[in-house]
Design a protein around this ligand. Sequence first.
Ligand SMILES: Cc1ncc(COP(=O)(O)O)c(C=O)c1O
Length: 398
Amino acid sequence: MIQSFLNRKKSPIQQRCLTDDFTRLRNRYEIWYNVAEKQRGTRVTVEGKELVMLASNEYLGLYDHPKVVEAGNKALKEWGTGTMGARSANGGRRFHIELEEKLADFLGKEACHVSSAGYLSCMSSITGFAQRGDVVLVDKNMHSSVWDGIRLSMAEVERFSHNRPEHLKTLIHELDPKAAKIIAIEGIYSMEGHICDLPKFVEIAEENDGFLIMDDAHGLGVLGNQGRGTADHFDLVDRVDIITGSLSKSLGSTGGFVAGDRAAIDYLRTHSKQVIFSAALSPCQAAAAQAALQVMQEEPEWLERLWSNTHRYKAFLKDLGLDTWESETPAIPIIIGDREKAYYFWKRLKEKGVFAIFATAPGVPPGKDLVRTAISARHDDADFDIIEDAIRYAAEKL
Ligand SMILES: Cc1ncc(COP(=O)(O)O)c(C=O)c1O
């Protein structure tokens, strides 16, 4: 039996799995797919050692807020674990509508659709609107959910340089004026921490009859009045056609949303396969996100703390002379620029009690090997002592 297994000819796919360079690289650096045994506040325990989490996207620190946890528990008791079906079939429930109405209202849009993952929502924000013959003009550093959406939509694609409206302008002027054009940007770019140049993108979209889609997964909860996001920050909510994003960052849950005019959301519900054929957001996820949304409005101190922590942390990194890719937000990369050095930087942080994320090409542009860090409103003085000591140590050894 064992012999026959060993002798079995391997299929091309099995060969590929056994010889893949990226998988080897991942296994070699042993740093992805970490498993924490415990988490509480800003601390996680990995391999028996408590670390300060410096890489989470839950900027406001609401994932274990008593009101958020209570809402999740209550929903679980009332509704059970899930609805076992897509919204288009048997899966729609009152709590979805409640969350959608509250989110739409918060974002300043007429309507909203929530899904079980931010990835699905962001993907559907493209597949729901783009079709063969259209052109999607996309920032080259866009999240992979949007790239997948573009591929599935069968639309043409044009990439413009990261956060460079002038390049978008050049590209758009070369297109057939009659082609339907979609422009896809992020509010805050997750790896770089850059805020998009929204006023210029809006202007170009309007001058060229473009449909502007913004993935604001990292802007929601971070920018704008009470954390309403990047469009609100620039006072341009009415001029962005679609705001999509995730419930798994500041909203301390899991899931995603697409918000826009009612006609656009109705159209999305008819045309996006990710919306039509995927099971609905669970009661617990929806209730947790809704409670977090309320906390954001009732407890402004979390947003204030997020920004004071961010300024404190950035001043510290600047003093050390570290390159933070001109990040303007709580998502702060430390650019090392060399894979091996970035790996050891990451490893030394861990050794000194800090959990960060190592990112290398192709996940980041060549020469931008980095350690991604992110600040939370929950980091306190004790966390900062550990963070600063660890970063100083890793930087000295560079
Ligand atoms: C910019 C951006 N869009 C979409 C997503 C997908 O969201 P989720 O992880 O909730 O599926 C992410 C998550 O990393 C993201 O950073």
